[in-house]
Design a binder for this molecule. Structure first.
Ligand SMILES: *[C@@H]1O[C@H](CO)[C@@H](O)[C@H](O)[C@H]1NC(C)=O
Ligand SMILES: *[C@@H]1O[C@H](CO)[C@@H](O)[C@H](O)[C@H]1NC(C)=O
Length: 229
């Protein structure tokens, strides 16, 4: 009886754990290399599969991640994404990768991935990284910040959906790669989303939400109209 109970508990834990690990649904066949057709009418959850007989090795291949991204922008960072939009093979597989380049003191500003946990691996330089919990994790319902300094060879996990950031604290360039648990993680950069949306969020909403005067909102909205293409 004890053993049976232990066995059941183990199965239960395994079930819970597998739910926690997989963000995107599991594939139902070996692969579903997506068709690159932005106007395709059938859209379920992911992209339409290419005919498996037409699939070639190049569908699984993405070269060029040795090339640094251009960090000449106000933040001094550049994310090169390899998700289902660049690499059709990851369709339905719940995975993607990015390369992130940081100029000296470059910042990947506070942002979240609504559909993915991220594991970041530093290859070059020193990064100050962190994430903020949702309020439920704290007994006082506050948002707790976890931070760490990372050097070459260090990895760090940003749990799904939480606001996180990376800042190059060195006077040299930094490079990191990150794996994400979704074929299409999505990015919500907090400043851009709140102050740079189109149309803009009503100023009466923003002055009240942030408890500041209108001129502060004016200046923030002017800052966040731009995007990094
Ligand atoms: C990098 O981006 C800047 C700003 O957009 C541009 O002026 C510059 O030519 C780019 N450099 C390279 C090597 O593409
Ligand atoms: C998909 O098609 C667009 C537009 O035709 C093109 O710019 C893009 O490079 C294509 N992506 C892939 C992965 O082939």
């Amino acid at each position: 009886m004890k053993m049976a109970l232990g066995f059941l508990t183990a199965i239960l834990i395994a079930c819970i754990a597998s739910v926690a690990y997989a963000s995107d649904p599991s594939p139902l066949q070996d692969f579903c290399v997506s068709v690159n057709d932005s106007v395709a009418a059938v859209f379920v959850n992911g992209k339409i599969c290419k005919n498996p007989n037409m699939v070639v090795a190049d569908d699984f291949f993405f070269p060029g991640l040795n090339i640094p991204g251009n960090t000449s922008n106000p933040l001094g960072s550049r994310v090169t994404t390899v998700n289902v939009n660049q690499l059709p093979r990851v369709n339905t597989l719940g995975i993607s990768v990015v390369r992130i380049d940081y100029a000296p003191y470059g910042l990947n500003p506070p942002h979240t991935h609504p559909r993915a946990t991220e594991v970041l691996l530093v290859l070059e330089g020193t990064l100050y990284v962190g994430f903020v919990t949702s309020n439920n994790a704290d007994p006082n319902k506050k948002n707790k910040l976890f931070t760490k300094y990372l050097n070459c060879g260090d990895a760090f996990v940003f749990p799904e959906g939480l606001i996180h950031l990376q800042f190059n604290v060195g006077h040299k360039n930094a490079v990191a790669f990150a794996g994400l648990s979704s074929q299409n993680p999505g990015v919500i950069t907090i400043g851009n989303a709140v102050f740079g949306s189109y149309p803009s969020i009503n100023q009466a909403v923003l002055t009240k939400a942030f408890q500041v005067e209108k001129n502060v909102i004016d200046s923030l909205q002017a800052q966040f109209g731009w995007i990094i293409d």
